[in-house]
Design a protein around this ligand. Structure first.
Ligand SMILES: [Zn+2]
Ligand SMILES: [Zn+2]
Length: 131
């Protein structure tokens, strides 16, 4: 797999707090397969709100590392234009440039709060069961 941003092949699986991402050691960007980002920031969908349904964004020059011939499209994370992520319209994977994961994480804190509580309860419950 080649890095969509810097085109190097220095991209390798990287376990970040229990979720596996593909991390590029050259440009420090991160590739997340469908479902991985939501899993990590504990939202229901990779892109919360309406962003997840967008299929047309500005086409970038970046090739999807998974589906070779497909170009990634630029889509806002949440409806604000503060942070634009690159998403593959085909496999729905998401590319995050260096440091974008931190910004996404911050924005995601205020999204799907009910879902986060649900996950925390589920987690606590499964812990108490194993005791
Ligand atoms: Zn790279
Ligand atoms: Zn793809």
């Amino acid at each position: 797999m080649d890095c969509p941003r810097c085109l190097s092949d220095n991209i390798a699986p990287f376990n970040h707090e229990g979720v596996e991402f593909d991390f590029c050691s050259s440009c420090h960007g991160i590739w997340t397969d469908k479902g991985e980002l939501s899993n990590y920031v504990e939202t229901r969908r990779d892109l919360p709100n309406k962003s997840d349904l967008l299929t047309d964004g500005r086409q970038t020059e970046l090739n999807c590392p998974k589906c070779a011939e497909t170009k990634l499209i630029e889509i806002p994370y949440l409806e604000s234009k503060d942070i634009l992520i690159d998403k593959c319209p085909s496999c729905k994977g998401i590319w995050l440039d260096a440091k974008e994961l931190g910004s996404v994480q911050k924005l995601a804190q205020n999204v799907d709060k009910g879902h986060k509580v649900h996950l925390a309860l589920k987690h606590a419950l499964s812990k108490s069961r194993t005791k």
